[in-house]
Ligand binder design. Structure first.
Ligand SMILES: [Zn+2]
Ligand SMILES: [Zn+2]
Length: 321
């Protein structure tokens, strides 16, 4: 499924089979998760995708050939981080997620909305046996970047998750298993999502803009809605933090300095490191994380994207190939 230009639907196209270069594996795609980032690319909100482009950076695939790290038939995952330079100051200091020359799967590199894909084997992960192909797909970005965001929240005990979609539903399970209290913020009146959050162990679920009845230690903002940032600042205690987990957000409205005062902090979380992936994929089966998924055929990728844009998906959308 190929994107030719922003704001145009993807279309099915027969491409030449990709050939793995040295250090790359050729994968037969089994499943590929749909991420909000894909939507930002289609909608032209991320400005420099390779075009034409095959989207998709939550790939579960089976090794066909190439590389040395995995045997043919091994099941591997390909995340958003597809390549880093290994020599810039970020790469050299354990912050490869910030690499100046990083290349991203389904953005700079063709991704997994396809039958075949090639990937640099150094950035692939083994998929834990416990998870089926479809169930594993959302772990690779929703789970992984959610986990990095949770890590940024430090030891926050009362944690808000604002925008309760694919990522938050995984982070909620991890946070609850760590003994934290989760406060799920949704659109006002979204009773179905609030009920879903409670079913995953959230202590409170309600309107994110209004906030919960008690003060929080941290809030992770998953929804791409800038107005949630000052709202979240109002809801955290002194010294608390607001973490923006998405790659794109509408403008943050101006707000009185008083909301930031008291050593409150705002930060973003960008991309992932391979260490995040290793840690999270080791942790996920022990929680155990259960991903709620809705399956779409590869050729129905546009429908999956439209449903995500319209807020009509409760679960994580996964394309099965
Ligand atoms: Zn993603
Ligand atoms: Zn680098």
């Amino acid at each position: 499924m190929v994107l030719d230009a922003p704001r145009k639907p993807l279309h099915p196209l027969e491409l030449l089979d990709p050939t793995p270069a040295a250090g790359q594996v050729l994968l037969r795609v089994l499943a590929c998760g749909v991420c909000r980032t894909d939507l930002h690319v289609v909608d032209g909100e991320l400005s420099r995708p390779k075009l034409p482009l095959v989207l998709g950076h939550q790939i579960v695939g089976e090794v066909v050939s190439g590389g040395e790290r995995f045997r043919p038939g091994a099941r591997v995952g390909v995340p958003w981080l597809g390549w880093t330079c290994g020599e810039c100051r970020f790469c050299l200091s354990g912050q490869e997620n910030l690499c100046d020359r990083a290349r991203f799967t389904g953005y700079d590199l063709d991704g997994g909305y396809a039958e075949l894909v090639v990937a640099d084997e150094r950035y692939c992960f083994s998929i834990p046996e416990r998870f089926g192909d479809d169930e594993a797909a959302p772990l690779l970005c929703a789970g992984l970047i959610g986990y990095r965001s949770l890590h940024s929240a430090g030891d926050a005990e009362r944690i808000g998750l604002y925008g309760f979609g694919s990522s938050a539903h995984i982070v909620c399970q991890v946070a609850v298993s760590q003994g934290r209290s989760v406060f799920a913020g949704t659109r006002a009146g979204d009773a179905e999502t609030q009920e879903f959050a409670r079913s995953l162990g959230a202590a409170w679920a309600g309107d994110a803009l209004a906030g919960p009845p008690e003060e929080l230690d941290a809030v992770i903002v998953f929804a791409p809605v800038g107005a949630l940032v000052p709202a979240a600042l109002r809801h955290v205690r002194k010294g608390g933090s607001v973490i923006c987990a998405g790659i794109h957000m509408s403008d943050i409205p101006s707000f009185p300095y008083e909301l930031l005062w008291g050593e409150r902090a705002i930060r973003s979380v960008a991309n992932l490191t391979r260490a995040d992936g290793d840690e999270f994929l080791a942790l996920a089966p022990t929680v155990p994380v259960r991903t709620e998924i809705e399956l779409f055929a590869l050729e129905d990728a546009n429908e999956a994207l439209d449903r995500l844009r319209g807020g009509a998906l409760r679960a994580a959308a996964v394309l099965v190939v």
